[in-house]
Design a protein around this ligand. Structure first.
Ligand SMILES: [Zn+2]
Length: 351
């Protein structure tokens, strides 16, 4: 019994000591509301800034890699818009303020993409798309958004936008381009991470901050595109499933593996997939006309930030940073050799 009482007394004492000894600054609800409004506006502006950069960097890669993803090509405007009605209630007023109203507002335009070439600008108000008006009720919005989605797989690349800029109404004809249909999206997490889910490329805000150089961000995007394009997501699930079956078989024989086969199965294949995603990423970057010189330095920067990742580890799901630096450097040599010899610039496949 004493053993239970002693920890309780220690906890009670700690709680008693933990109270602040200075007076707390007070503010009224109106002041707090005003400050929350300011901070939400700053957050939304920052978010839109991240998205603009993400699409400036991802667009040319998705376009250049379309030659490698014949089954997954879509037409793209290279731009997107949003309206206050798209936001959850607590953010609607912020969006309305930033977008200066409830109209559909262009939130990003990929540099040198089709919409950019046609003259579309961020903050333009989109009144109609292929003659369907955005309007002011949900059913009109749904039709409008459905038409934009439909245009991705339509037979013609042409898209008609009617926009409002200041008080001028302008008609723009946008010739959409074929890109790989794996859009890059911004993940809310602050962790330095990126992943692919078989449909999209997700880049966290933490990664956007780590990869301050656009070449680094391009490498990350191209790597995740590689996971999607090479079908790793399906293959990994198959491998993990196989590992689980081994676990179940061992359990039936009275051996508790603590799930070791599942993780070993996923891990063993995952290392190869990581290496393959790095390898094909450089071909996508090269196809996009991006410089490869110095791109391997990303892994030296990552090693400096995470020293534990320098040494090789067979249990880790990712190759060590030292291995990745070398593999990327040698892939660049391979690509440069092919350029010098005028050979096809495609990843080497196993026989
Ligand atoms: Zn990966």
């Amino acid at each position: 019994m004493r053993l239970l009482i002693v920890p309780f007394l220690i906890t009670a004492t700690l709680v008693a000591c933990a109270a602040p000894s200075t007076t707390r600054i007070t503010y009224d609800t109106a002041e707090l509301d005003a400050e929350q409004t300011i901070q939400r506006e700053l957050a939304l502006k920052k978010y839109l800034g991240y998205k603009q950069r993400l699409h400036n960097v991802s667009y040319p890669i998705l376009k250049a890699a379309s030659q490698f993803c014949a089954n997954k090509q879509i037409y793209s405007l290279g731009a997107q818009g949003s309206a206050s009605s798209d936001f959850v209630d607590s953010w609607k007023s912020t969006a309305k303020k930033i977008f200066a109203g409830d109209e559909l507002t262009v939130t990003w335009v990929a540099k040198n993409g089709p919409a950019d070439k046609a003259g579309l600008l961020v903050n333009d108000k989109v009144i109609a798309f292929n003659n369907i008006e955005f309007g002011d009720n949900v059913s009109q919005h749904n039709r409008f958004y459905a038409e934009i989605n439909h245009s991705q797989t339509a037979n013609t690349p042409l898209a008609k936008l009617r926009i409002k800029r200041e008080q001028n109404i302008i008609d723009l004809n946008v010739t959409q381009e074929k890109i790989c249909g794996y859009p890059a999206v911004l993940g809310e997490s602050d962790a330095v991470n990126a992943y692919a889910d078989g449909e999209r490329i997700i880049i966290t805000k933490g990664m956007m901050r780590f990869a301050t150089d656009d070449q680094d961000l391009a490498l990350v995007i191209a790597h995740e595109l590689g996971h999607n394009l090479m079908g790793h997501i399906d293959k990994k699930q198959t491998n993990t499933m196989f590992g689980t079956l081994l676990d179940l078989a061992a359990a039936a024989n009275g051996v508790d593996t603590q799930g070791i086969f599942s993780s070993a199965g996923a891990g063993a294949f995952s290392q190869d997939f990581e290496a393959e995603a790095d390898y094909v990423a450089l071909y996508y970057m090269n196809a996009a006309g991006l410089p490869l010189e110095g791109v391997a330095d990303f892994w030296r920067d990552m090693a400096a930030e995470h020293p534990g990742s320098i040494g090789s580890s067979h249990s880790a799901s990712h190759p060590a940073t030292s291995e990745r630096f070398l593999a990327i450097s040698k892939t660049i040599d391979e690509i440069n050799h092919k350029i010098a010899q005028s050979l096809p610039l495609r990843p080497n496949l196993k026989n």
